[in-house]
Design a binder for this molecule. Sequence first.
Ligand code: C2E
Ligand code: MG
Ligand code: MG
Ligand code: MG
Length: 282
Amino acid sequence: QQAKHSSLGQAVYSAEYDEQKSYHLALAGKLHRALEKGELTLYYQPKISMASGRIIGFEALARWIHPKDGMIRPDVFIGVAESTGMIRAVSSWVLDTVLQQLAQWRESGLHLPVAINLSPRNLQDAGLLESLERFCTHWQLEHGMLEVEVTENAIAENVEQARASLLRLRALGIPVFIDDFGTGYSSLSTLKTLPFSAVKIDKSFVIDMLEDRDAAAIVRSTIKLAHDMELAVIAEGVESEAIWIELKEFGCDIGQGFYMGKPMPENEVVRWLATSRWGMPQ
Ligand code: C2E
Ligand code: MG
Ligand code: MG
Ligand code: MG
Protein backbone atom coordinates (compact mmCIF):
# COMPACT_ATOMS: atom_id res chain seq x y z
CA GLN A 1 0.00 0.00 0.00
CA GLN A 2 2.92 2.24 0.82
CA ALA A 3 4.44 1.77 -2.65
CA LYS A 4 1.17 2.40 -4.40
CA HIS A 5 0.67 5.56 -2.45
CA SER A 6 4.11 6.86 -3.01
CA SER A 7 4.10 6.20 -6.75
CA LEU A 8 0.72 7.84 -7.03
CA GLY A 9 1.94 10.70 -4.89
CA GLN A 10 4.99 11.06 -7.09
CA ALA A 11 2.95 11.18 -10.27
CA VAL A 12 0.63 13.80 -8.86
CA TYR A 13 3.54 15.72 -7.44
CA SER A 14 5.51 15.83 -10.67
CA ALA A 15 2.54 16.90 -12.80
CA GLU A 16 1.79 19.62 -10.31
CA TYR A 17 5.43 20.53 -10.20
CA ASP A 18 5.65 20.88 -14.00
CA GLU A 19 2.50 22.91 -14.08
CA GLN A 20 3.77 25.20 -11.37
CA LYS A 21 7.15 25.48 -13.04
CA SER A 22 5.73 26.52 -16.39
CA TYR A 23 3.37 28.93 -14.64
CA HIS A 24 6.37 30.45 -12.89
CA LEU A 25 8.36 30.69 -16.10
CA ALA A 26 5.50 32.37 -17.92
CA LEU A 27 5.04 34.79 -15.04
CA ALA A 28 8.78 35.45 -14.91
CA GLY A 29 8.76 36.45 -18.57
CA LYS A 30 5.83 38.75 -17.95
CA LEU A 31 7.52 40.21 -14.89
CA HIS A 32 10.58 41.03 -16.94
CA ARG A 33 8.45 42.99 -19.41
CA ALA A 34 6.46 44.52 -16.57
CA LEU A 35 9.62 46.04 -15.13
CA GLU A 36 10.53 47.49 -18.52
CA LYS A 37 7.04 48.81 -19.13
CA GLY A 38 6.81 50.38 -15.69
CA GLU A 39 3.93 48.21 -14.45
CA LEU A 40 5.52 47.83 -11.03
CA THR A 41 4.80 50.47 -8.48
CA LEU A 42 5.36 51.03 -4.77
CA TYR A 43 2.68 51.51 -2.16
CA TYR A 44 3.55 53.14 1.14
CA GLN A 45 2.14 52.03 4.48
CA PRO A 46 2.57 54.27 7.54
CA LYS A 47 4.26 53.08 10.73
CA ILE A 48 2.95 54.74 13.86
CA SER A 49 4.78 55.50 17.10
CA MET A 50 2.74 54.01 19.94
CA ALA A 51 3.96 56.72 22.30
CA SER A 52 2.88 59.72 20.20
CA GLY A 53 0.17 58.16 18.03
CA ARG A 54 1.82 59.81 15.02
CA ILE A 55 3.55 58.55 11.91
CA ILE A 56 7.28 57.90 12.17
CA GLY A 57 7.93 56.36 8.75
CA PHE A 58 6.70 54.19 5.91
CA GLU A 59 7.20 50.70 4.58
CA ALA A 60 7.42 50.49 0.78
CA LEU A 61 5.48 47.51 -0.62
CA ALA A 62 5.72 46.44 -4.24
CA ARG A 63 2.62 46.17 -6.43
CA TRP A 64 2.33 44.89 -9.97
CA ILE A 65 -0.51 46.61 -11.77
CA HIS A 66 -1.10 44.33 -14.74
CA PRO A 67 -3.10 45.95 -17.57
CA LYS A 68 -5.36 42.88 -17.92
CA ASP A 69 -5.05 40.86 -14.70
CA GLY A 70 -5.24 43.87 -12.38
CA MET A 71 -3.20 44.01 -9.20
CA ILE A 72 -0.87 41.07 -8.60
CA ARG A 73 0.20 40.65 -4.97
CA PRO A 74 3.88 40.62 -4.05
CA ASP A 75 3.37 37.26 -2.34
CA VAL A 76 2.95 35.89 -5.88
CA PHE A 77 5.52 37.74 -7.97
CA ILE A 78 8.29 38.16 -5.41
CA GLY A 79 8.43 34.37 -5.09
CA VAL A 80 8.66 34.08 -8.86
CA ALA A 81 11.37 36.74 -8.98
CA GLU A 82 13.31 34.85 -6.29
CA SER A 83 13.14 31.49 -8.04
CA THR A 84 14.07 32.85 -11.47
CA GLY A 85 16.91 35.17 -10.50
CA MET A 86 14.93 38.30 -11.31
CA ILE A 87 14.98 39.41 -7.71
CA ARG A 88 18.13 41.47 -8.22
CA ALA A 89 16.43 43.52 -10.93
CA VAL A 90 13.28 43.91 -8.83
CA SER A 91 15.13 44.94 -5.66
CA SER A 92 17.34 47.27 -7.62
CA TRP A 93 14.23 48.93 -9.06
CA VAL A 94 12.66 49.17 -5.57
CA LEU A 95 15.79 50.76 -4.19
CA ASP A 96 16.12 53.29 -6.98
CA THR A 97 12.42 54.19 -6.78
CA VAL A 98 12.48 54.70 -3.01
CA LEU A 99 15.62 56.80 -3.08
CA GLN A 100 14.09 58.96 -5.79
CA GLN A 101 10.92 59.28 -3.71
CA LEU A 102 12.90 60.20 -0.59
CA ALA A 103 14.73 62.91 -2.54
CA GLN A 104 11.41 64.27 -3.84
CA TRP A 105 9.81 64.26 -0.39
CA ARG A 106 12.87 65.96 1.06
CA GLU A 107 12.50 68.73 -1.56
CA SER A 108 8.93 69.29 -0.47
CA GLY A 109 9.89 69.38 3.20
CA LEU A 110 8.69 65.91 4.13
CA HIS A 111 11.18 64.12 6.32
CA LEU A 112 10.16 60.53 7.06
CA PRO A 113 12.20 57.33 6.68
CA VAL A 114 11.12 54.56 4.31
CA ALA A 115 11.82 50.84 4.77
CA ILE A 116 12.29 48.47 1.84
CA ASN A 117 12.06 44.67 1.91
CA LEU A 118 15.06 42.70 0.72
CA SER A 119 14.96 39.01 -0.15
CA PRO A 120 17.32 36.41 1.35
CA ARG A 121 19.14 36.21 -1.99
CA ASN A 122 19.78 39.93 -2.04
CA LEU A 123 21.87 39.65 1.13
CA GLN A 124 24.17 37.21 -0.68
CA ASP A 125 24.39 39.29 -3.82
CA ALA A 126 27.59 41.35 -3.95
CA GLY A 127 26.35 43.10 -7.11
CA LEU A 128 23.18 44.29 -5.45
CA LEU A 129 25.03 45.53 -2.37
CA GLU A 130 27.40 47.45 -4.64
CA SER A 131 24.58 49.13 -6.50
CA LEU A 132 22.99 49.91 -3.15
CA GLU A 133 26.17 51.70 -2.13
CA ARG A 134 26.29 53.51 -5.49
CA PHE A 135 22.63 54.55 -5.36
CA CYS A 136 23.01 55.86 -1.80
CA THR A 137 25.91 58.04 -2.87
CA HIS A 138 24.15 59.21 -6.02
CA TRP A 139 21.01 60.23 -4.12
CA GLN A 140 23.02 61.63 -1.21
CA LEU A 141 21.14 59.49 1.22
CA GLU A 142 20.95 60.83 4.72
CA HIS A 143 21.67 58.29 7.48
CA GLY A 144 18.54 56.67 8.86
CA MET A 145 16.23 57.72 6.02
CA LEU A 146 16.40 54.36 4.26
CA GLU A 147 15.67 51.25 6.32
CA VAL A 148 15.79 47.59 5.35
CA GLU A 149 13.55 44.72 6.40
CA VAL A 150 14.78 41.14 6.04
CA THR A 151 13.11 37.96 7.27
CA GLU A 152 14.79 35.74 9.83
CA ASN A 153 15.16 33.06 7.15
CA ALA A 154 17.34 35.43 5.15
CA ILE A 155 19.75 35.31 8.07
CA ALA A 156 19.47 31.64 8.91
CA GLU A 157 20.48 30.62 5.37
CA ASN A 158 24.01 31.85 5.94
CA VAL A 159 24.66 33.64 9.21
CA GLU A 160 28.24 34.74 8.50
CA GLN A 161 27.43 36.12 5.08
CA ALA A 162 24.37 37.83 6.48
CA ARG A 163 26.50 39.42 9.18
CA ALA A 164 28.91 40.79 6.57
CA SER A 165 26.05 42.22 4.50
CA LEU A 166 24.36 43.74 7.53
CA LEU A 167 27.60 45.42 8.51
CA ARG A 168 27.82 46.95 5.04
CA LEU A 169 24.28 48.28 5.44
CA ARG A 170 25.13 49.64 8.86
CA ALA A 171 28.15 51.44 7.39
CA LEU A 172 25.75 53.21 5.04
CA GLY A 173 23.61 54.29 8.01
CA ILE A 174 20.79 51.89 7.14
CA PRO A 175 18.92 50.40 10.12
CA VAL A 176 17.87 46.79 9.57
CA PHE A 177 14.73 45.14 10.98
CA ILE A 178 13.94 41.45 11.31
CA ASP A 179 10.67 40.95 9.45
CA ASP A 180 7.97 38.35 10.14
CA PHE A 181 9.59 37.51 13.46
CA GLY A 182 8.24 34.35 15.06
CA THR A 183 7.53 32.47 11.84
CA GLY A 184 11.06 31.10 11.35
CA TYR A 185 13.32 29.02 13.48
CA SER A 186 15.87 31.49 14.72
CA SER A 187 16.06 32.55 18.32
CA LEU A 188 16.42 36.13 19.43
CA SER A 189 19.71 35.23 21.06
CA THR A 190 21.24 34.24 17.69
CA LEU A 191 19.83 37.33 16.09
CA LYS A 192 21.18 39.48 18.89
CA THR A 193 24.72 38.71 17.73
CA LEU A 194 23.87 40.46 14.46
CA PRO A 195 23.63 44.22 13.87
CA PHE A 196 19.85 44.65 13.96
CA SER A 197 17.96 47.59 15.34
CA ALA A 198 14.41 46.28 15.59
CA VAL A 199 12.16 43.25 15.45
CA LYS A 200 8.89 43.15 13.49
CA ILE A 201 6.44 40.71 15.02
CA ASP A 202 4.63 38.78 12.31
CA LYS A 203 1.06 39.84 11.67
CA SER A 204 -0.29 36.30 12.16
CA PHE A 205 0.34 36.61 15.92
CA VAL A 206 -0.85 40.19 16.17
CA ILE A 207 -4.12 39.61 14.28
CA ASP A 208 -4.99 36.68 16.56
CA MET A 209 -3.73 38.05 19.85
CA LEU A 210 -7.13 38.99 21.30
CA GLU A 211 -8.71 35.57 20.71
CA ASP A 212 -5.69 33.30 20.97
CA ARG A 213 -3.87 33.15 24.32
CA ASP A 214 -0.81 31.55 22.72
CA ALA A 215 -0.54 34.30 20.13
CA ALA A 216 -0.85 36.90 22.88
CA ALA A 217 1.86 35.15 24.90
CA ILE A 218 4.19 35.16 21.88
CA VAL A 219 3.61 38.85 21.27
CA ARG A 220 4.08 39.76 24.93
CA SER A 221 7.21 37.68 25.45
CA THR A 222 8.80 38.81 22.18
CA ILE A 223 8.36 42.44 23.23
CA LYS A 224 9.86 41.73 26.64
CA LEU A 225 12.80 39.77 25.28
CA ALA A 226 13.54 42.28 22.51
CA HIS A 227 13.49 45.13 25.02
CA ASP A 228 15.83 43.24 27.35
CA MET A 229 18.18 43.05 24.37
CA GLU A 230 17.76 46.73 23.60
CA LEU A 231 15.92 46.15 20.34
CA ALA A 232 12.85 48.17 19.36
CA VAL A 233 9.65 46.31 18.51
CA ILE A 234 7.31 46.91 15.59
CA ALA A 235 3.99 45.06 15.37
CA GLU A 236 2.45 44.53 11.93
CA GLY A 237 -1.20 43.56 11.40
CA VAL A 238 -2.76 46.12 13.76
CA GLU A 239 -6.27 45.75 12.39
CA SER A 240 -8.35 47.25 15.21
CA GLU A 241 -8.36 49.73 18.03
CA ALA A 242 -8.55 46.85 20.53
CA ILE A 243 -5.29 45.40 19.17
CA TRP A 244 -3.66 48.84 19.28
CA ILE A 245 -4.63 49.27 22.94
CA GLU A 246 -3.42 45.81 23.93
CA LEU A 247 -0.08 46.29 22.14
CA LYS A 248 0.38 49.60 23.89
CA GLU A 249 -0.23 47.88 27.20
CA PHE A 250 2.42 45.30 26.31
CA GLY A 251 4.91 48.14 25.70
CA CYS A 252 5.22 47.78 21.95
CA ASP A 253 7.07 50.70 20.32
CA ILE A 254 5.66 50.96 16.81
CA GLY A 255 2.48 49.74 15.13
CA GLN A 256 1.61 49.16 11.50
CA GLY A 257 -1.74 47.98 10.21
CA PHE A 258 -5.02 48.57 8.43
CA TYR A 259 -6.50 50.23 11.55
CA MET A 260 -4.16 53.19 11.17
CA GLY A 261 -3.45 53.11 7.45
CA LYS A 262 -3.41 50.74 4.50
CA PRO A 263 -0.60 50.71 1.96
CA MET A 264 -1.34 53.58 -0.46
CA PRO A 265 0.01 54.87 -3.76
CA GLU A 266 2.44 57.76 -3.62
CA ASN A 267 -0.16 60.27 -4.83
CA GLU A 268 -2.34 59.64 -1.76
CA VAL A 269 0.42 60.05 0.79
CA VAL A 270 0.39 63.83 1.19
CA ARG A 271 -3.38 63.97 1.70
CA TRP A 272 -3.25 61.12 4.21
CA LEU A 273 -0.51 62.88 6.16
CA ALA A 274 -2.58 66.07 6.31
CA THR A 275 -5.95 64.52 7.18
CA SER A 276 -5.35 61.38 9.23
CA ARG A 277 -5.27 61.57 13.02
CA TRP A 278 -2.11 59.44 12.73
CA GLY A 279 -0.52 61.91 10.29
CA MET A 280 1.93 64.71 10.89
CA PRO A 281 1.43 66.80 14.05
CA GLN A 282 -0.07 70.17 13.02
P1 C2E B 1 5.83 42.10 4.81
O1 C2E B 1 7.11 42.77 4.52
O2 C2E B 1 5.71 41.37 6.08
O3 C2E B 1 4.74 43.25 4.69
C1 C2E B 1 3.58 43.32 5.46
C2 C2E B 1 2.39 42.81 4.71
O4 C2E B 1 1.26 42.87 5.56
C3 C2E B 1 2.00 43.64 3.48
O5 C2E B 1 1.45 42.76 2.51
C4 C2E B 1 0.92 44.57 4.03
O6 C2E B 1 0.04 45.06 3.04
C5 C2E B 1 0.22 43.62 4.96
N1 C2E B 1 -0.49 44.31 6.04
C6 C2E B 1 -0.19 45.48 6.63
N2 C2E B 1 -1.05 45.77 7.61
C7 C2E B 1 -1.94 44.75 7.66
C8 C2E B 1 -3.09 44.46 8.49
O7 C2E B 1 -3.47 45.22 9.38
N3 C2E B 1 -3.74 43.31 8.24
C9 C2E B 1 -3.35 42.42 7.26
N4 C2E B 1 -4.06 41.32 7.08
N5 C2E B 1 -2.26 42.66 6.47
C10 C2E B 1 -1.57 43.82 6.68
P2 C2E B 1 1.84 42.86 0.98
O8 C2E B 1 2.02 44.28 0.58
O9 C2E B 1 0.88 42.01 0.22
O10 C2E B 1 3.27 42.19 0.94
C11 C2E B 1 3.43 40.84 1.25
C12 C2E B 1 4.89 40.49 1.39
O11 C2E B 1 5.54 40.58 0.12
C13 C2E B 1 5.67 41.42 2.30
O12 C2E B 1 5.45 41.06 3.64
C14 C2E B 1 7.07 41.17 1.82
O13 C2E B 1 7.59 39.99 2.40
C15 C2E B 1 6.88 40.93 0.35
N6 C2E B 1 7.22 42.16 -0.39
C16 C2E B 1 6.44 43.24 -0.64
N7 C2E B 1 7.11 44.17 -1.35
C17 C2E B 1 8.36 43.67 -1.53
C18 C2E B 1 9.54 44.15 -2.19
O14 C2E B 1 9.60 45.26 -2.72
N8 C2E B 1 10.64 43.32 -2.18
C19 C2E B 1 10.63 42.10 -1.56
N9 C2E B 1 11.75 41.35 -1.59
N10 C2E B 1 9.54 41.63 -0.94
C20 C2E B 1 8.42 42.39 -0.92
MG1 MG C 1 8.28 44.03 5.53
MG1 MG D 1 6.27 41.26 7.90
MG1 MG E 1 5.16 38.99 5.59
